[in-house]
Design a protein around this ligand. Sequence first.
Ligand code: HEC
Length: 111
Amino acid sequence: MATENASPSSGNSPDGEQTGAAIYASIGCAGCHGDAGGGGRGPALNGSLGIRDAGHLLNQIINGSGGMPAFGDVLTDEQIVLLASWIRDEWGGRLPLPDITLEDVTAARGG
Ligand code: HEC
């Protein structure tokens, strides 16, 4: 019934329908970086040059650093692609960038 707590720890919905935005909101990113990426406990992602670098972005999500927890064990590779791609589309600026792929995630995981 109503808005039951939809598995906030995974960002998964039962029907598998997922978006980067939903993952960002449900898994905790928004709590530290703000709903609109403006920052808070963590730095602003909106306009960050760091997020334009796919390797840096993926490494940060997978391994964390400096007060940010690692999400590599919480998110699947597919979820990381959705999340990272969405973050860059939202806040990475207008310059076109190559798509983030599953291969990029594998590389960032060190495999
Ligand atoms: C507990 C708070 C917290 C949570 C939750 C969190 N972050 Fe962070 N994030 C931080 C902090 C603090 C830093 C700065 C890390 C550093 O300076 O080493 C950071 C850094 C980053 C950076 C690097 C920004 C740059 O400009 O280089 C990215 C990207 C990022 N976070 C994305 C995310 C995403 C995506 C999520 C959700 C999967 C997330 N964060 C969840 C606190 C958090």
